[in-house]
Ligand binder design. Sequence first.
Ligand code: NAP
Length: 394
Amino acid sequence: MTHRVAIVGAGPSGFYAADGLLRGQPDLRIDLIDRLPTPFGLVRSGVAPDHQGTKAVVRQFERLLAQPDVRFAGNVDIGRDLSWDELRAGYDAVIVATGMVIDRKLGVPGEELPHVWGSWKFVAWLNGHPDFRQGPDLSAVRRVAVIGNGNVALDVARLLAKGPEEMARTDIVPEAAAAIAAAPLADIHVIGRRGPQHASFTNNELAEMGRLGRAVALADAAALAVEVPASDPTPERLRKTKNLEILRGFAANVPGGKPLSVHFRFNSAPLAIRPGEIELSSGTLPADLVITCIGYRGEDFPMGEGVFAVGWARRGPTGTIPANRADSHAVAREVLAWLRERDPKSGPDPMPASIDVAGWHRIDKAEIATGGPLGRPRIKLIDWKSLLDIAQGD
Ligand code: NAP
Protein backbone atom coordinates (compact mmCIF):
# COMPACT_ATOMS: atom_id res chain seq x y z
CA MET A 1 0.00 0.00 0.00
CA THR A 2 1.14 3.45 -0.74
CA HIS A 3 -0.20 6.86 0.21
CA ARG A 4 -2.65 8.64 -2.06
CA VAL A 5 -2.54 12.45 -2.35
CA ALA A 6 -5.10 14.67 -4.06
CA ILE A 7 -3.96 18.02 -5.45
CA VAL A 8 -6.93 20.26 -6.17
CA GLY A 9 -6.01 22.60 -9.01
CA ALA A 10 -3.71 21.51 -11.86
CA GLY A 11 -1.97 24.87 -12.20
CA PRO A 12 1.72 25.66 -11.67
CA SER A 13 1.73 25.47 -7.88
CA GLY A 14 -0.16 22.15 -8.01
CA PHE A 15 2.35 20.66 -10.45
CA TYR A 16 5.28 21.96 -8.42
CA ALA A 17 3.73 20.36 -5.33
CA ALA A 18 3.47 17.04 -7.20
CA ASP A 19 7.10 17.42 -8.26
CA GLY A 20 8.17 18.11 -4.66
CA LEU A 21 6.22 15.11 -3.36
CA LEU A 22 7.71 12.71 -5.90
CA ARG A 23 11.24 13.94 -5.19
CA GLY A 24 10.74 12.88 -1.57
CA GLN A 25 8.65 9.75 -2.09
CA PRO A 26 8.69 8.46 -5.68
CA ASP A 27 6.08 5.75 -5.13
CA LEU A 28 3.27 8.13 -4.06
CA ARG A 29 0.01 8.04 -5.97
CA ILE A 30 -1.01 11.56 -6.92
CA ASP A 31 -4.25 12.80 -8.46
CA LEU A 32 -4.08 16.26 -10.01
CA ILE A 33 -7.70 17.35 -10.08
CA ASP A 34 -9.02 20.28 -12.12
CA ARG A 35 -12.42 21.79 -12.73
CA LEU A 36 -11.48 22.25 -16.40
CA PRO A 37 -10.89 19.39 -18.84
CA THR A 38 -7.46 20.93 -19.47
CA PRO A 39 -4.48 21.16 -17.11
CA PHE A 40 -2.02 24.02 -16.39
CA GLY A 41 -4.36 26.59 -14.80
CA LEU A 42 -2.82 30.06 -14.88
CA VAL A 43 -0.31 29.05 -17.56
CA ARG A 44 -3.13 28.28 -19.98
CA SER A 45 -5.69 30.88 -18.85
CA GLY A 46 -3.72 33.70 -17.22
CA VAL A 47 -0.25 34.06 -18.76
CA ALA A 48 -0.45 36.47 -21.69
CA PRO A 49 -0.80 34.66 -25.04
CA ASP A 50 2.16 36.58 -26.50
CA HIS A 51 4.44 35.30 -23.72
CA GLN A 52 4.89 31.80 -25.14
CA GLY A 53 8.30 31.53 -23.45
CA THR A 54 6.59 31.62 -20.06
CA LYS A 55 4.06 29.06 -21.22
CA ALA A 56 6.89 26.66 -22.16
CA VAL A 57 7.00 25.61 -18.50
CA VAL A 58 4.20 23.15 -19.36
CA ARG A 59 6.82 20.84 -20.85
CA GLN A 60 8.06 20.17 -17.30
CA PHE A 61 4.49 19.59 -16.17
CA GLU A 62 3.83 17.17 -19.03
CA ARG A 63 6.78 15.08 -17.82
CA LEU A 64 5.02 14.73 -14.47
CA LEU A 65 1.78 13.71 -16.16
CA ALA A 66 3.74 10.96 -17.92
CA GLN A 67 4.67 9.33 -14.60
CA PRO A 68 2.72 6.13 -13.99
CA ASP A 69 1.39 7.07 -10.55
CA VAL A 70 0.39 10.64 -11.44
CA ARG A 71 -3.17 10.89 -12.68
CA PHE A 72 -4.82 13.93 -14.25
CA ALA A 73 -8.51 14.15 -13.37
CA GLY A 74 -10.06 16.96 -15.39
CA ASN A 75 -13.66 18.15 -15.39
CA VAL A 76 -13.97 17.34 -11.69
CA ASP A 77 -15.45 20.14 -9.63
CA ILE A 78 -14.81 19.67 -5.92
CA GLY A 79 -18.08 20.54 -4.28
CA ARG A 80 -20.15 19.41 -7.28
CA ASP A 81 -18.71 16.02 -8.29
CA LEU A 82 -16.95 15.12 -5.06
CA SER A 83 -17.42 16.84 -1.71
CA TRP A 84 -14.50 18.15 0.34
CA ASP A 85 -15.45 15.56 3.00
CA GLU A 86 -15.30 12.73 0.45
CA LEU A 87 -11.98 14.06 -0.77
CA ARG A 88 -10.51 14.13 2.73
CA ALA A 89 -11.92 10.67 3.48
CA GLY A 90 -10.58 9.15 0.25
CA TYR A 91 -7.02 10.50 0.30
CA ASP A 92 -4.20 10.45 2.83
CA ALA A 93 -3.57 14.15 2.23
CA VAL A 94 -5.17 16.93 0.19
CA ILE A 95 -3.26 19.87 -1.27
CA VAL A 96 -5.31 22.89 -2.27
CA ALA A 97 -3.73 24.64 -5.26
CA THR A 98 -6.75 26.51 -6.54
CA GLY A 99 -4.99 29.85 -7.03
CA MET A 100 -6.93 33.08 -7.05
CA VAL A 101 -9.39 33.57 -9.83
CA ILE A 102 -11.72 36.33 -8.71
CA ASP A 103 -10.94 39.97 -9.54
CA ARG A 104 -10.57 42.21 -6.51
CA LYS A 105 -12.90 45.19 -6.38
CA LEU A 106 -11.75 48.80 -6.50
CA GLY A 107 -14.52 49.90 -4.19
CA VAL A 108 -15.40 53.11 -6.06
CA PRO A 109 -18.77 54.28 -7.42
CA GLY A 110 -19.45 53.16 -10.99
CA GLU A 111 -17.44 49.97 -10.72
CA GLU A 112 -20.46 47.89 -11.76
CA LEU A 113 -20.87 49.71 -15.11
CA PRO A 114 -20.60 47.39 -18.14
CA HIS A 115 -17.45 49.06 -19.47
CA VAL A 116 -15.50 48.15 -16.31
CA TRP A 117 -13.68 44.82 -16.53
CA GLY A 118 -11.44 42.93 -14.17
CA SER A 119 -8.12 41.72 -15.57
CA TRP A 120 -8.83 38.06 -14.80
CA LYS A 121 -12.02 38.08 -16.84
CA PHE A 122 -10.35 40.05 -19.63
CA VAL A 123 -7.24 37.88 -19.88
CA ALA A 124 -9.27 34.66 -19.49
CA TRP A 125 -11.29 35.79 -22.53
CA LEU A 126 -8.14 36.39 -24.61
CA ASN A 127 -6.84 33.01 -23.47
CA GLY A 128 -9.98 31.02 -24.34
CA HIS A 129 -11.12 29.99 -20.86
CA PRO A 130 -14.46 28.27 -21.54
CA ASP A 131 -16.23 30.17 -18.73
CA PHE A 132 -15.23 33.55 -20.19
CA ARG A 133 -16.44 33.48 -23.77
CA GLN A 134 -17.65 37.07 -23.79
CA GLY A 135 -15.20 39.96 -23.95
CA PRO A 136 -15.86 43.69 -23.68
CA ASP A 137 -17.42 45.45 -26.67
CA LEU A 138 -14.35 47.13 -28.19
CA SER A 139 -16.04 48.43 -31.33
CA ALA A 140 -16.10 52.08 -30.15
CA VAL A 141 -13.25 52.00 -27.63
CA ARG A 142 -10.66 54.72 -28.24
CA ARG A 143 -9.41 55.37 -24.74
CA VAL A 144 -8.67 52.72 -22.11
CA ALA A 145 -7.86 53.17 -18.44
CA VAL A 146 -5.79 50.26 -17.09
CA ILE A 147 -5.75 50.51 -13.30
CA GLY A 148 -2.74 49.11 -11.44
CA ASN A 149 1.05 49.23 -11.60
CA GLY A 150 1.90 45.54 -11.65
CA ASN A 151 2.85 43.14 -14.43
CA VAL A 152 -0.79 42.28 -15.06
CA ALA A 153 -1.48 45.93 -15.95
CA LEU A 154 1.45 45.74 -18.41
CA ASP A 155 0.07 42.50 -19.89
CA VAL A 156 -3.34 44.10 -20.44
CA ALA A 157 -1.96 47.34 -21.90
CA ARG A 158 0.46 45.45 -24.16
CA LEU A 159 -2.15 43.01 -25.45
CA LEU A 160 -4.42 45.90 -26.42
CA ALA A 161 -1.55 47.88 -27.91
CA LYS A 162 0.00 45.15 -30.07
CA GLY A 163 -1.01 44.99 -33.69
CA PRO A 164 -2.23 41.86 -35.54
CA GLU A 165 1.22 41.05 -36.91
CA GLU A 166 2.68 41.15 -33.37
CA MET A 167 -0.02 38.71 -32.23
CA ALA A 168 0.16 36.46 -35.31
CA ARG A 169 2.30 33.74 -33.70
CA THR A 170 0.45 33.64 -30.40
CA ASP A 171 -2.44 31.50 -29.19
CA ILE A 172 -4.79 34.42 -28.53
CA VAL A 173 -8.39 33.48 -29.28
CA PRO A 174 -8.97 34.61 -32.90
CA GLU A 175 -12.29 36.37 -32.07
CA ALA A 176 -10.56 38.43 -29.36
CA ALA A 177 -7.64 39.25 -31.66
CA ALA A 178 -10.05 40.40 -34.36
CA ALA A 179 -11.97 42.59 -31.88
CA ILE A 180 -8.75 44.27 -30.73
CA ALA A 181 -7.51 44.75 -34.29
CA ALA A 182 -10.81 46.37 -35.33
CA ALA A 183 -11.12 48.66 -32.29
CA PRO A 184 -10.40 52.38 -32.86
CA LEU A 185 -7.87 52.36 -30.00
CA ALA A 186 -5.80 55.52 -29.60
CA ASP A 187 -4.82 56.01 -25.94
CA ILE A 188 -4.12 53.46 -23.25
CA HIS A 189 -3.46 54.89 -19.79
CA VAL A 190 -1.65 52.72 -17.23
CA ILE A 191 -2.63 54.27 -13.93
CA GLY A 192 -0.81 53.94 -10.60
CA ARG A 193 -2.29 55.23 -7.39
CA ARG A 194 1.22 55.86 -6.02
CA GLY A 195 4.45 57.19 -7.52
CA PRO A 196 6.64 55.32 -10.02
CA GLN A 197 9.12 54.40 -7.27
CA HIS A 198 6.42 52.10 -5.84
CA ALA A 199 5.38 50.35 -9.06
CA SER A 200 5.72 46.56 -8.96
CA PHE A 201 6.54 46.18 -12.69
CA THR A 202 9.53 43.98 -13.40
CA ASN A 203 12.23 45.51 -15.63
CA ASN A 204 11.91 43.26 -18.68
CA GLU A 205 8.14 43.59 -18.80
CA LEU A 206 8.32 47.39 -18.49
CA ALA A 207 11.08 47.67 -21.12
CA GLU A 208 8.94 45.61 -23.52
CA MET A 209 6.43 48.48 -23.53
CA GLY A 210 9.06 50.58 -25.27
CA ARG A 211 9.35 48.13 -28.18
CA LEU A 212 5.76 47.93 -29.39
CA GLY A 213 5.16 48.10 -33.12
CA ARG A 214 2.09 50.30 -33.24
CA ALA A 215 2.27 52.11 -29.88
CA VAL A 216 4.59 54.65 -28.32
CA ALA A 217 5.15 54.57 -24.54
CA LEU A 218 4.95 57.94 -22.82
CA ALA A 219 5.42 59.23 -19.27
CA ASP A 220 5.39 62.60 -17.56
CA ALA A 221 8.99 63.57 -16.70
CA ALA A 222 7.88 65.63 -13.69
CA ALA A 223 6.38 62.54 -12.01
CA LEU A 224 9.72 60.75 -12.38
CA ALA A 225 11.76 63.20 -10.30
CA VAL A 226 11.67 60.84 -7.32
CA GLU A 227 14.04 58.67 -5.33
CA VAL A 228 13.77 54.94 -4.74
CA PRO A 229 13.09 54.33 -1.01
CA ALA A 230 16.50 53.85 0.66
CA SER A 231 14.96 51.42 3.15
CA ASP A 232 14.15 48.89 0.40
CA PRO A 233 16.29 45.75 0.18
CA THR A 234 18.96 45.86 -2.54
CA PRO A 235 17.21 43.76 -5.21
CA GLU A 236 14.10 45.93 -4.92
CA ARG A 237 16.20 49.12 -5.10
CA LEU A 238 17.89 47.85 -8.25
CA ARG A 239 14.58 46.86 -9.85
CA LYS A 240 12.95 50.20 -9.04
CA THR A 241 15.97 52.25 -10.12
CA LYS A 242 15.98 50.45 -13.47
CA ASN A 243 12.22 51.00 -13.80
CA LEU A 244 12.72 54.75 -13.28
CA GLU A 245 15.43 54.74 -15.95
CA ILE A 246 13.11 52.96 -18.42
CA LEU A 247 10.27 55.35 -17.61
CA ARG A 248 12.56 58.35 -18.15
CA GLY A 249 13.24 56.91 -21.59
CA PHE A 250 9.46 56.85 -22.20
CA ALA A 251 9.25 60.50 -21.05
CA ALA A 252 11.74 61.40 -23.79
CA ASN A 253 9.60 59.75 -26.50
CA VAL A 254 7.75 61.96 -28.94
CA PRO A 255 3.97 61.47 -28.93
CA GLY A 256 2.15 60.88 -32.19
CA GLY A 257 4.73 58.86 -34.12
CA LYS A 258 2.56 55.70 -33.96
CA PRO A 259 -1.20 55.14 -34.07
CA LEU A 260 -1.45 54.34 -30.37
CA SER A 261 -0.01 55.87 -27.22
CA VAL A 262 0.49 54.09 -23.88
CA HIS A 263 0.62 56.74 -21.15
CA PHE A 264 2.07 55.92 -17.74
CA ARG A 265 0.26 58.07 -15.17
CA PHE A 266 1.24 58.06 -11.52
CA ASN A 267 -0.16 59.43 -8.24
CA SER A 268 -3.65 58.93 -9.62
CA ALA A 269 -6.01 57.07 -7.30
CA PRO A 270 -9.35 56.09 -8.87
CA LEU A 271 -12.26 57.91 -7.20
CA ALA A 272 -15.27 57.21 -9.43
CA ILE A 273 -16.13 55.71 -12.81
CA ARG A 274 -18.80 57.10 -15.11
CA PRO A 275 -19.77 56.25 -18.70
CA GLY A 276 -16.93 57.56 -20.86
CA GLU A 277 -14.69 58.78 -18.04
CA ILE A 278 -12.84 57.97 -14.86
CA GLU A 279 -12.29 60.40 -12.03
CA LEU A 280 -8.80 60.16 -10.57
CA SER A 281 -7.25 62.03 -7.67
CA SER A 282 -5.14 63.80 -10.33
CA GLY A 283 -8.10 64.82 -12.54
CA THR A 284 -10.71 63.33 -14.87
CA LEU A 285 -9.69 61.18 -17.80
CA PRO A 286 -11.82 60.10 -20.78
CA ALA A 287 -12.11 56.30 -20.77
CA ASP A 288 -14.41 54.13 -22.89
CA LEU A 289 -13.14 50.98 -21.18
CA VAL A 290 -11.69 50.52 -17.69
CA ILE A 291 -9.72 47.39 -16.84
CA THR A 292 -8.78 46.91 -13.20
CA CYS A 293 -5.50 45.04 -12.63
CA ILE A 294 -5.40 45.33 -8.87
CA GLY A 295 -5.02 41.73 -7.75
CA TYR A 296 -7.20 38.71 -7.13
CA ARG A 297 -8.88 36.79 -4.38
CA GLY A 298 -9.60 33.11 -4.12
CA GLU A 299 -12.60 30.93 -3.46
CA ASP A 300 -12.98 29.67 0.09
CA PHE A 301 -11.99 26.11 0.84
CA PRO A 302 -12.21 24.19 4.10
CA MET A 303 -8.85 23.55 5.75
CA GLY A 304 -8.51 20.87 8.43
CA GLU A 305 -6.50 17.78 9.30
CA GLY A 306 -4.42 16.60 6.36
CA VAL A 307 -5.31 19.59 4.16
CA PHE A 308 -2.47 21.82 2.95
CA ALA A 309 -2.52 24.88 0.69
CA VAL A 310 0.12 25.98 -1.83
CA GLY A 311 0.78 28.82 -4.23
CA TRP A 312 -1.51 31.80 -4.49
CA ALA A 313 -4.21 29.92 -2.51
CA ARG A 314 -1.76 29.97 0.41
CA ARG A 315 0.26 33.14 -0.05
CA GLY A 316 -2.04 35.51 -1.89
CA PRO A 317 -1.82 36.68 -5.51
CA THR A 318 1.84 37.63 -5.76
CA GLY A 319 4.90 35.98 -7.13
CA THR A 320 5.83 34.75 -10.57
CA ILE A 321 5.47 31.12 -11.63
CA PRO A 322 9.09 30.18 -10.79
CA ALA A 323 8.69 31.84 -7.36
CA ASN A 324 5.95 29.34 -6.60
CA ARG A 325 8.23 26.37 -7.15
CA ALA A 326 10.20 26.78 -3.93
CA ASP A 327 7.01 27.42 -2.01
CA SER A 328 5.28 24.30 -3.35
CA HIS A 329 8.37 22.19 -2.65
CA ALA A 330 8.46 23.44 0.95
CA VAL A 331 4.80 22.53 1.47
CA ALA A 332 5.40 19.15 -0.20
CA ARG A 333 8.03 18.43 2.46
CA GLU A 334 5.46 19.21 5.16
CA VAL A 335 3.00 16.85 3.49
CA LEU A 336 5.58 14.06 3.33
CA ALA A 337 6.36 14.52 7.03
CA TRP A 338 2.63 14.26 7.78
CA LEU A 339 2.31 11.09 5.67
CA ARG A 340 5.29 9.44 7.34
CA GLU A 341 3.36 9.52 10.62
CA ARG A 342 0.37 7.71 9.10
CA ASP A 343 -0.46 4.38 7.49
CA PRO A 344 -1.95 4.61 4.01
CA LYS A 345 -5.74 4.52 3.95
CA SER A 346 -7.38 1.61 2.19
CA GLY A 347 -10.64 1.87 0.34
CA PRO A 348 -12.08 2.29 -3.13
CA ASP A 349 -10.79 4.83 -5.61
CA PRO A 350 -12.62 8.04 -4.65
CA MET A 351 -12.27 9.65 -8.08
CA PRO A 352 -15.49 10.06 -10.09
CA ALA A 353 -15.50 9.83 -13.91
CA SER A 354 -13.08 12.42 -15.24
CA ILE A 355 -11.03 13.53 -18.23
CA ASP A 356 -7.73 11.71 -18.01
CA VAL A 357 -4.37 12.60 -19.51
CA ALA A 358 -5.24 10.82 -22.76
CA GLY A 359 -8.35 13.01 -23.00
CA TRP A 360 -6.26 16.13 -22.44
CA HIS A 361 -3.80 14.98 -25.10
CA ARG A 362 -6.66 14.60 -27.58
CA ILE A 363 -7.57 18.25 -26.90
CA ASP A 364 -3.91 19.29 -27.15
CA LYS A 365 -3.46 17.50 -30.47
CA ALA A 366 -6.64 18.99 -31.95
CA GLU A 367 -5.64 22.50 -30.91
CA ILE A 368 -2.10 22.18 -32.28
CA ALA A 369 -3.43 20.70 -35.53
CA THR A 370 -5.67 23.73 -36.19
CA GLY A 371 -3.05 26.28 -35.09
CA GLY A 372 -0.08 24.78 -36.98
CA PRO A 373 -1.11 25.60 -40.56
CA LEU A 374 -1.76 29.21 -39.44
CA GLY A 375 1.71 29.54 -37.91
CA ARG A 376 0.23 29.62 -34.39
CA PRO A 377 1.18 27.38 -31.47
CA ARG A 378 -2.46 26.28 -31.22
CA ILE A 379 -6.03 27.48 -31.69
CA LYS A 380 -7.75 26.81 -28.41
CA LEU A 381 -11.04 25.02 -28.05
CA ILE A 382 -13.08 27.51 -26.09
CA ASP A 383 -16.41 25.90 -25.41
CA TRP A 384 -17.17 23.17 -22.93
CA LYS A 385 -18.94 20.92 -25.43
CA SER A 386 -16.05 20.82 -27.92
CA LEU A 387 -13.54 20.33 -25.12
CA LEU A 388 -15.48 17.43 -23.62
CA ASP A 389 -16.41 15.85 -26.96
CA ILE A 390 -12.82 15.85 -28.17
CA ALA A 391 -11.44 14.73 -24.80
CA GLN A 392 -13.87 11.79 -24.85
CA GLY A 393 -12.80 10.90 -28.36
CA ASP A 394 -16.05 11.90 -30.12
P1 NAP B 1 0.76 43.40 -8.21
O1 NAP B 1 2.15 43.42 -8.72
O2 NAP B 1 0.53 43.20 -6.77
O3 NAP B 1 0.09 44.78 -8.68
C1 NAP B 1 -1.16 45.18 -8.24
C2 NAP B 1 -1.30 46.67 -8.46
O4 NAP B 1 -2.64 47.04 -8.13
C3 NAP B 1 -0.37 47.51 -7.59
O5 NAP B 1 0.19 48.52 -8.40
C4 NAP B 1 -1.34 48.10 -6.56
O6 NAP B 1 -0.94 49.37 -6.10
C5 NAP B 1 -2.57 48.26 -7.40
N1 NAP B 1 -3.79 48.40 -6.61
C6 NAP B 1 -4.27 47.58 -5.65
N2 NAP B 1 -5.41 48.06 -5.16
C7 NAP B 1 -5.66 49.22 -5.81
C8 NAP B 1 -6.68 50.19 -5.74
N3 NAP B 1 -7.71 50.05 -4.90
N4 NAP B 1 -6.60 51.27 -6.56
C9 NAP B 1 -5.59 51.41 -7.42
N5 NAP B 1 -4.58 50.52 -7.54
C10 NAP B 1 -4.62 49.44 -6.74
O7 NAP B 1 -0.11 42.27 -8.89
P2 NAP B 1 -0.46 41.83 -10.40
O8 NAP B 1 -0.06 42.83 -11.39
O9 NAP B 1 -1.86 41.38 -10.28
O10 NAP B 1 0.48 40.56 -10.57
C11 NAP B 1 0.36 39.43 -9.71
C12 NAP B 1 1.66 38.65 -9.69
O11 NAP B 1 1.82 37.99 -10.95
C13 NAP B 1 2.88 39.53 -9.51
O12 NAP B 1 3.81 38.85 -8.71
C14 NAP B 1 3.39 39.69 -10.92
O13 NAP B 1 4.77 39.98 -11.00
C15 NAP B 1 3.07 38.34 -11.51
N6 NAP B 1 2.97 38.45 -12.97
C16 NAP B 1 4.11 38.27 -13.66
C17 NAP B 1 4.10 38.45 -15.03
C18 NAP B 1 5.38 38.28 -15.78
O14 NAP B 1 6.37 37.88 -15.20
N7 NAP B 1 5.42 38.60 -17.05
C19 NAP B 1 2.93 38.78 -15.68
C20 NAP B 1 1.77 38.97 -14.94
C21 NAP B 1 1.82 38.80 -13.56
P3 NAP B 1 -0.18 49.53 -4.69
O15 NAP B 1 1.21 49.09 -4.93
O16 NAP B 1 -0.31 50.99 -4.41
O17 NAP B 1 -0.92 48.66 -3.70
